[in-house]
Each structure stands twice: as C-alpha cells, then as structure tokens.
Design a protein around this ligand. Structure first.
Ligand code: ARG
Length: 472
C-alpha cells in the first residue's frame, strides 16, 4: 500500500492494503450525498458550538472550525470545491478539507460523533427542508384550485361514476375535491415533520458517547423539535425518510388523477379544456395536434415515486440494529422523489392557473348524457311513486328521448305523461340542470351555498397556514 493512499482514508489507521478501485466506486456516495453539504456544514457547526460550550474543545478551536466550514460552503457555492471519490462521502470530503484549512482544530470536530449519527442528522435536515418546500407548493396549488373554483361556481359539467355521465355538478365542486386531497397531503406533511425534526446527534456510532455532550443544545441550535430517545434507534431509524416518500407518493397519486382528468378533458371529443401553450407540446408529424405531455409525464412519474417507496421499504426490511451500510441506499430514492414531487406541484399550479375551461362544451355534454334522469326519478318518488317504479319509468322516458335525439327537458308534457300520469308542468323546473345542482344543499354537496361555504372555509385555512407555514 502506498503511503499516499494510506494517508487519504480517514478510517485507514488499521489498514495496510488499498481499496480495490471497483470497490471504491461501488461504495462511494459523494456523487449524490454531496447534495447534503449545506446540512452537513450546519450540523457540524452546531456540534462544534456544543463541544465548545461543554468545554470539550476551546472557543478558538470552535471558531477555527466555524470559519473553515464557512470557507468550504463558499468554495462549494463557487464551484471550486473538489469532490473526491476516494474520500467516499460528503462527510469525509468536508472534514478532510476542513483539516486542510483549519489544521488540528479540524481534527477535533468529530469528537463524540460518528458518521452514523452525522448522516442521520444531515438527512433529517434535508428531508425536513424538502417537506417544507412540498408544503409550500401544495399551499400555492390549493390557492390556485380555490381561485379557479371561485370563477366557476356557475359552470356545470357532467359528474361521473364508473366514468359514465352521472349527475350534473359545478366545475367548482369538481376542483374543490382536489383542493381537499391536497389539503390532506399538506396536513400529512406537517404531521410527518414532527417526527423528522428530531436530532440524533449524540447517539454516536450506536451506543451514545462517554464525552459530556449536550444533544439538546445541538437540536435547539438547528431549530429541531427534540432529541433522540434511544441511541440505537437514532442511528438506524429511517421511518422519517419512508414517511416523507409516502407523503410524496400520495401527492403524486392525487396529481396523477388530476392529470388524467386534464388529459381526458383536453381530448377534442370532450373539449372541456384548452391547454395553455406553455404547458403542452405539438407533434412532429401531425400538425393539428396539441398534446398534454406535461400531464402525461406527471402521471408517469408517479410510478417512479411509488418505486422509490418500494425500494426504501425493501432496503429497510431485513436490517438488524443498528446502522448498516445498506442505509446509504436511502438517499437516492428520496432525492428522486423530491426532484419529482417539488416541480410536479409547481407545474400543476401553473398549468391550472392558465387552463381554459370551455363552458359550452360542458353544457352540451350534460344534455347528451341525460344527467337530469335522477331528477325525474326523484320527482316521481316525491309524488308517491315507489322509487323502483320511478326508476323504471324514467329509464323508459330516457330511451324515448334518446331515440328522438333530444334531452328529457325537450319532451312535451304530453310525451312525458305517457310514462306517468303523475307528471305535471312543475317537472320542467326539476329537469333544469342548474336547479338539479342548486337543490343539492347538503353540506359538502354541489349546491351553490355548499360550494361557497367550502371556498370560504378553504380561504380561512389558506390564511391560517400562511402563519403556521413550516419554516421561514
Ligand atoms: N455514507 C454513509 C451513509 O450514507 C455515511 C455513514 C457511514 N457510516 C459507516 N459506519 N460506514 O450511510
């Protein structure tokens, strides 16, 4: 083994042979965990301050460490920092450079600490800031949905079950359904953050440390909500990553459903929406086409986030306590999820804000789909016709109207009375689509009062969340 290579490994004291080059590449994580550099620097600064506070290092050691770490941050930001694969990971790259800059004080930084609690801290900080970003993007997206719902309280379209036209609903009601999904996602993220924002520093390799550390001080310096309760759990728990990716999976599932609606609505046979130019693409061969690629890609990317979740669950399932190197495999799935969820939310917000809704096409679809058939059946039932008979009578009237290519509301009273003598002139108000929507007063229903209440309640929630917004 060469003297140069022996010196370069921070853990190389007991080794006499070199790492095989293929193994070096195989075990190295700096290609992706360098993205945790800001968290690594923040965590190390907090650790050094605590070491000084506890009298474990001197104030001047601490100052040299802080200055060195800030210089490293500046080098990374300027792109002059040299990331070395032979130094394995973000932690050892930064510590090695710190020792170059600060000398002996740099070598004291790792006192009472292991890379096992260090990486857990860095990753918790990273996951927390990612979840903050998702929560903020969700907040904006919900704001757009509420805004569009406000504009479209009077726009009616067919509501579907089994993807078949069922009953008329307002477009506002349809959009607000998504607002509720994303609001739950937001709540889920805030709840997850309580468990993410816990400091594992002080757990050291697995058993704690003999140095008189103060883990609580590190946690409060970093703005975390608490410290670990058990050192072995602290270094081997990755629930916080899994919960994050699960939150992301639900976000993507909700986005994907909305994408599916947009893709269907943009099909000219529906024609319910016009895609904004900024959020669609053309075909290289068919000049007439405007493709919903953005929505399709988002629907597709949902699959990769589910894959990240499954990968993480599988990585963790067989691991005995405490830290195992398998856990290094936790970074890429989370990073991939973050790189998918954060922009997907932002793009959906932008796309929805500019989506053109075609009220006429929606109104036409209502008529063609006999979306007032339930109204007629309910009308007859209210007049004392047993509901099953009312259902049957209405079915026959629909078949009659369909044959003539008209809606139920276009039939004459005499025609309608052929199916039931109990039908009177008042049926026409009942068959009116707007009335059908307006009469659904039940709280949470599609009636205009309910929709107004939903909008008002969501606006209050949006305002309240501005104040409790996760992080500055
Ligand atoms: N790069 C490692 C990871 O991400 C850091 C911790 C390594 N710890 C160790 N004992 N080898 O998990």
């Amino acid at each position: 083994m060469s003297a140069a290579s022996k010196e370069k490994k921070l853990w190389g004291g007991r080794f006499t042979g070199d790492t095989a080059p293929l193994v070096e590449r195989y075990t190295c994580s700096v290609g992706f965990d360098s993205r945790l550099c800001a968290q690594d620097i923040d965590g190390s600064k907090a650790h050094a301050s605590m070491l000084a506070e506890q009298g474990i290092i001197t104030p001047s050691d601490c100052e040299a460490i802080h200055n060195g770490l800030e210089q490293i941050r500046a080098e990374i930001e300027a792109g002059t920092f040299v990331w070395r694969q032979d130094l394995e990971d973000v932690h050892m790259n930064i510590e090695h450079r710190l020792t170059e800059i600060a000398g002996t004080p740099g070598q004291k930084l790792h006192t009472g600490r292991s890379r096992n609690d260090q990486v857990a801290l860095d990753f918790r900080l990273f996951v927390a800031s990612s979840l903050d970003e998702w929560a903020q993007n969700l907040h904006s997206l919900i704001g757009v949905l509420v805004q569009r719902a406000e504009e479209h309280q009077d726009t009616l379209l067919p509501g579907c079950t089994h993807f078949q036209p069922a009953q008329p609903v307002s477009l506002a009601q349809h959009l607000l359904a998504y607002a509720q999904m994303f609001r739950r996602d937001h709540e889920r993220i805030l709840d997850t953050l309580k468990r993410v924002r816990v400091s594992p520093l002080g757990a050291a390799a697995l058993a704690g440390t003999t140095h008189p550390l103060d883990p609580g001080q590190v946690a409060s310096t970093l703005g975390l909500g608490g410290t670990f309760a058990n050192s072995m759990d602290a270094v081997s728990d990755r629930d916080f990553v899994l919960e994050g990716v699960f939150c992301g999976s639900l976000v993507m599932m909700h986005l994907s459903r909305l994408c599916e609606e947009i893709i269907i609505w943009a099909n000219p046979q529906f024609g319910f929406v016009r895609l904004p130019d900024a959020y669609s693409t053309g075909s290289s061969i068919m000049p007439q086409k405007k493709n919903p690629d953005v929505a399709e890609l988002m629907r597709g990317k949902t699959g990769r986030v589910y894959g990240d979740l499954m990968a993480l669950l599988t990585i963790m399932k067989g691991l005995p306590l405490a830290y195992n190197r398998d856990m290094q495999e936790d970074k890429e799935p989370f990073l991939d999820t973050h790189d998918t969820v954060a922009p997907s939310l932002a793009i959906m917000g932008g796309m929805l804000a500019e989506l053109g809704f075609n009220r006429e096409r929606m109104a036409r679809a209502l008529k063609a789909g006999f979306l007032n058939a339930t109204e007629l059946a309910d009308y007859l039932a209210a007049k004392g016709v047993p509901f099953r008979q009312a259902h049957h009578i209405t079915g026959a009237a629909v078949a009659f109207a369909e044959e003539r290519g008209v809606g139920l509301e276009d039939l004459s009273l005499a025609d309608l009375q052929r199916f039931s003598a109990g039908i009177g002139q008042d049926v026409f108000a009942v068959l009116d689509y707007e009335n059908a929507v307006a009469r659904r007063h039940v709280p949470g229903g599609t009636g205009p009062d309910s929709v107004k209440n939903q909008i008002a309640e969501l606006c209050l929630w949006l305002d309240a969340m501005l104040w409790t917004s996760p992080r500055p």
